[in-house]
Design a protein around this ligand. Sequence first.
Ligand code: HEC
Length: 156
Amino acid sequence: MAVKDNFNKQIEDIGRQLKIISIITSIASILFIVLLLNPNGFSFETIDTEQTITEVNEDLIENGIHVRTGFKDAEGLLTVVQNCTSCHSSKLVIQNRMNADRWNATIKWMQETQNLWDLGENQEVIVNYLVANYPPVEKGRRENIKDIEWYELNNR
Ligand code: HEC
């Protein structure tokens, strides 16, 4: 009787071990497939670094340019960034080159029609920055073409 019990027990043990091995194998293969389909699935590093970069570089200036907005680094830059980029892109500001009168008129227009707030003393800082860094460019007619080789028309 004791021998038979012992034998049964051994069979049970082997069965249990096989069960454990097969469970481990299936978990391992599921993990393997998940990793195969999504190699970065278990890495949270990418998200972390992106967050740190945006926090740190909010007002980063590179080669004289405020990276986040593209504005030139000069006196008044941060006043302009704070007041002129919350409703529209900085590109809208940069592409419009005006003199002081027209900037003041544009600001007045935005205040009357677009809910732009009263800029107080900052208005002068902003207009000075804009005129100094984005002055109007003359777009005259093109230069005359020189050194032309004329050829005779051959109308027959
Ligand atoms: C409260 C929102 C708001 C703020 C803040 C704001 N703007 Fe505007 N601005 C607008 C709107 C709205 C328009 C019209 C956008 C459009 O036409 O798509 C506009 C248009 C403009 C234009 C184009 C005008 C044109 O004639 O086409 C310029 C240039 C401009 N803004 C410059 C500035 C400057 C400089 C500042 C900072 C003093 C500023 N904006 C701040 C709302 C704002």
